[in-house]
Write a protein that binds this ligand. Structure first.
Ligand code: ATP
Ligand code: MG
Length: 333
């Protein structure tokens, strides 16, 4: 299967200054991922572990305080390799919507509340295609009809739509130019479970039809179990485990991944669910060694001393934990 995006040793830090004190939040700390064409690639992890920051970096849309400290993002589209950070901003802007598009977290805010939905479609289409307003409106109407959405939503304001419809419209807007790569940040989190399922099916139907790749960010492991082909688990800005979804859920190797999976509600669950003790570290002062060690029941002196490398412990299964890898001296916790 060919690669659509290659993320190599990415480091991205927020550098802020308040009352003369500089603070550096190391939100993405050495992430390498290979995203394959036509897959649903899940990114999991608790709140504050850097999921949204990572997506923004992959998109190349950087908030003012965010600095790329190292690494690269390369898209493989239309037969060429595009090294994102080597491109001028104008070129990056052209790639957005056409090559890579983005469904931001909290899509309530993705749509301008004082403009009609149709205006948003018109803006996106006309920023990338030389068409008249009339033609753009026709394209939007046809696309919505194709997706089974009522054309009249184009005349609505965002607040007039239900949460599920607003999210479908946001997805339609992100995919109208059929980009090969879609980045979705918690696309179903604000919705109730039944609506959630419908929205995920809607997104997946578009992905299949357009033969595109979806990078799906959510803290909800249940959504990953249902929707993702592969999942990377982020903890404190780093990938701690990555595997094909059935393998990750059947045989999670990192203690953090096990916690995430054990905290899922289960049908046969009569006892209490296990919640993860403690909380993720502040990223302006992360712990030395393995960043998970203060919460890990298996931590040893070694875990406190040096970060475990992310290693492929079996084909297509990467883990960063001394319990399972990185042990040339054979010591186990
Ligand atoms: N604009 C910013 N300035 C400074 N720090 C920021 C900024 N945005 C995010 N951060 C910090 O970066 C870290 C990662 O945040 P991010 O939003 O990427 O996490 P997340 O995994 O998406 O969390 P959530 O699940 O809550 O959406 C957090 O410590 C957060 O406080
Ligand atoms: Mg987020």
């Amino acid at each position: 299967m060919s690669t659509i995006a290659e993320i190599a040793d990415l480091r991205a830090y927020y550098v802020t200054r308040a009352y003369g004190v500089e603070r550096t939040v190391r939100a993405v700390e050495g992430v390498s991922l290979t995203i394959r064409r036509n897959e649903v690639f899940g990114i999991a992890g608790e709140s504050g572990c850097g999921k949204s920051t990572l997506l923004k970096v992959i998109l190349g849309l950087l908030p003012p305080a965010l600095r790329i400290v190292s690494g690269s993002v390369v898209y493989h589209a239309n037969g060429t390799a595009l090294d994102l950070f080597a491109l001028p901003e104008e070129r990056r802007r052209q790639l957005r919507w056409q090559v890579v598009s983005y469904i931001p977290q909290g899509s309530m805010h993705a749509l301008n509340p004082v403009r009609r939905i149709g205006d948003a479609f018109r803006d996106v289409i006309r920023a990338h295609r030389r068409v008249s307003v009339h033609e753009a409106d026709g394209m939007a109407r046809d696309y919505l009809a194709n997706l089974g959405l009522p054309g009249k939503v184009l005349d609505s304001y965002p607040h007039q739509l239900s949460g599920g419809m607003r999210q479908r419209v946001t997805i339609a807007l992100a995919t109208i130019l059929a980009p090969p790569l879609i980045l979705a940040d918690e696309p179903t989190t604000a919705l109730d479970v039944v609506v959630q399922r419908g929205v995920l099916q809607f997104l997946e139907a578009i992905r299949q039809r357009q033969e595109s790749t979806l990078v799906l960010v959510t803290h909800d492991m249940g959504v990953h179990a249902n929707a993702a082909d592969r999942v990377a688990v982020l903890y404190a800005g780093q990938v701690v485990e990555e595997a094909e979804t059935p393998i990750l859920f059947a045989r999670p190797l990192h203690p953090y991944t096990r916690y995430l999976i054990q905290s899922l509600p289960r049908l046969d669950d009569r006892g209490e669910r296990m919640s993860i003790p403690g909380r993720p570290p502040a990223l302006d002062d992360p712990p030395a060694g393995c960043r998970f060690h203060p919460r890990c029941p298996h931590a040893t002196a070694r875990c406190r001393a040096a970060p475990p490398p992310l290693e492929e412990v079996e084909p297509r299964h990467r883990v960063a934990c001394y319990l399972v890898s990185g042990g040339s001296d054979g010591s186990r916790a």
